[in-house]
Design a protein around this ligand. Sequence first.
Ligand SMILES: NC(=O)C1=CN([C@@H]2O[C@H](COP(=O)(O)OP(=O)(O)OC[C@H]3O[C@@H](n4cnc5c(N)ncnc54)[C@H](OP(=O)(O)O)[C@@H]3O)[C@@H](O)[C@H]2O)C=CC1
Ligand SMILES: O=C(O)CCC(=O)C(=O)O
Ligand SMILES: [Mg+2]
Length: 742
Amino acid sequence: MTTKSSKIIYTITDEAPALATRSFLPIVQAFTKAADIEVETRDISLAGRIIAAFPENLSEDQKQSDDLAYLGDLAKTPEANIIKLPNISASIPQLVEAIKELQSQGYNIPDYPADPKNDAEKDAKARYAKILGSAVNPVLREGNSDRRVADAVKQYAKKHPHSMGKWSSDSKTHVAHMTGGDFYGSEQSVVVDKATDVRIEFVGANGETKVLKDKVALKAGEVMDSSVMSRNALRSFLEKEIAEAKEQGILLSLHLKATMMKVSDPIMFGHAVTVFFKDTFAKHAATFKEIGVDPNNGLGDVYAKIQNLSAEKRAEIEADLKAEMAQRPELAMVNSDKGITNLHVPSDMIIDASMPAAIRSSGQMWGPDGKLHDTKAIIPDRSYAQIYQEVIQFCKENGAFDPTTMGTVPNIGLMAQKAEEYGSHDKTFEIAEAGVVRVVDANGNTLMEQKVEQGDIFRACQTKDLPIQDWVKLAVTRARITNTPAIFWLDPQRAHDANLIQKVEKYLQDHDTDGLEIKIMSPVEAMRYTCERAKAGKDTISVTGNVLRDYLTDLFPIIELGTSAKMLSIVPLLDGGGLFETGAGGSAPKHVEQFVEENYLRWDSLGEFLALAVSLEDLAYKTKNEKAEVLAEALNKANAEFLEKDKSPARKVGGIDNRGSHFYLALYWAQALAEQSKNQELKDKFLKLAQELTDNEQKIVDEQIAAQGKPVDIGGYYHPNEEKTSKAMRPSETLNAALAGF
Ligand SMILES: NC(=O)C1=CN([C@@H]2O[C@H](COP(=O)(O)OP(=O)(O)OC[C@H]3O[C@@H](n4cnc5c(N)ncnc54)[C@H](OP(=O)(O)O)[C@@H]3O)[C@@H](O)[C@H]2O)C=CC1
Ligand SMILES: O=C(O)CCC(=O)C(=O)O
Ligand SMILES: [Mg+2]
């Protein structure tokens, strides 16, 4: 019997996953309806969030509700059961493109005011600030993260290994990081013993105080950190490394997370652009100022803005950029055919995906010649740079990992309630002049004080105590269930980590850890230990803070499985609900490009299939819905068969693509339901569908493949036309009729 509301929320996001949803969701809804489960959608796409932010500008039929706010509230209730697909965490260039597209579709949305001149523009900028960067995940992730590979998926990868580039011991690839003046070196951390409010203020050389943030509420036991990236230290570091890459004859690449770290990292990206092209920026400083070039938006912004200049001026600047580029080391390329470099768009090169991709291909990246080369990977801040150097070193010494034999590295990540850097955006500031930044409590006591110079980046982060307790518990639980060592990656040299170590040691005592291997190691030691074990075929749980969660849940899956899209990514919410993320990777923008050009979508929805199975299991357990349990069991069976029969999308036109993979999942799922005997009603219901799909297998696949090979119009990139997209994603009339008649 159904006792509680049986509702699953399926999110509408962006790019490839959103396209896949147009094909997969009708299947999901047909199946779940049979078990009295409603699957409702909520739109958290970039375009949807922009539309929801400007209701007063729009006509009634254009308006959209603020679904992110709704889901943020829902995530704090025990009823929450949300399937979250990857969404765009937008950089400014992406936001600007999305706005342009909406305007062209008749939406009266304001331009993004980079430099607001009046109150209306200030208001628009403030609304856009809430949409920029990693704006969705921190709101929904009201729990810590549990990312791992399902056993069937790991076995599949061992049997069907993806390609891995060989590693040579004389590879020149390495990570370059700062040795001082970075966040790592300046970090301070305090734990408040009782609840208090703090403010962040700047005191200039003349003694004048300016409040940067008037109130940050801290709970008892909360950890607060502050750190500074020195502008001068960063720029001299960049200068030195650029020269060194040239001498060494290797590529230069920059790896940041300008989307998730939306305030600090674009500024660092901008420094890399202006140091690399320092002569051009010096020579054309006045012009660039006049046309509003913002180096934080990348070299692409320079090329876009100079379009407004006279042909001669533009040619002069282009020639200067080209000449300067020739004097510098070659840049790693995002798209060598189109001349898009690593420094073009800050959201094109995201560290969690870009470093593993390079490590998978022999430590090499694409150069301007369209070939792979060794690279100097610049990761300025030491907090996390060193783990990548360690894994690179490991590959140089031991050769590439072997996906057919290597162990797995699941992760338990601390991220609940905007833990650590996830909550730092509203406490990150680019400093206007020399002075000190202080964190002062309600009684006027200075908790932390940082010396700053003009242009430095000050950052403060918070981590609440309850999420830390939950994180420790989750780690011990996973270690126990899987009988696998769990390593806390914490660096005693970092002030924040030193505080966390004390808390971890304390909270571990609340649990029975008898017979378990639970260790605390510095990230570099943990990386070495984990790599050694993985190479020997042994599994090791990484228990990390939020940033390492992000990095490691792409790194190991990309090495083990070829992509992080196939991961199980669960967020047990602190208030009892469940957030089921589909895969650990992004939204693979290049898949949309291929789809529009040749009506072929190679997005692999395995992440969606796995998330749906755990969502159904959770719902069955919490609402005692037997039919949901049967659906979940059948789906698990279907997923295993799907892998065994290798029905994931092929890469090229002519094979089954994303839509074909959805058909096969539906076929196996219906067959499994028809075969089970736990619930007769479901069995009777699905016998007919299973038969119909089985009989029409070839016809459906033929209809789907016939659609491929020609361009398709979906009426938009960020805000595609619903009707056109749905039609394009459901080309098999036979499958559509079978689902409709069910
Ligand atoms: N949870 C979330 O909401 C997340 C969102 N993002 C967002 O995603 C976008 C792109 O992110 P980025 O990290 O650069 O890159 P992606 O993770 O989207 O892509 C990197 C590569 O992974 C492979 N890949 C990823 N997912 C799939 C899939 N389902 N099927 C097949 N291949 C896949 C492809 O590699 P190959 O061609 O080698 O097979 C792809 O080129 C950004 O807008 C970012 O903000 C990023 C991370 C998480
Ligand atoms: O929130 C984001 O911007 C990206 C998150 C991400 O990359 C991840 O969760 O792995
Ligand atoms: Mg990530």
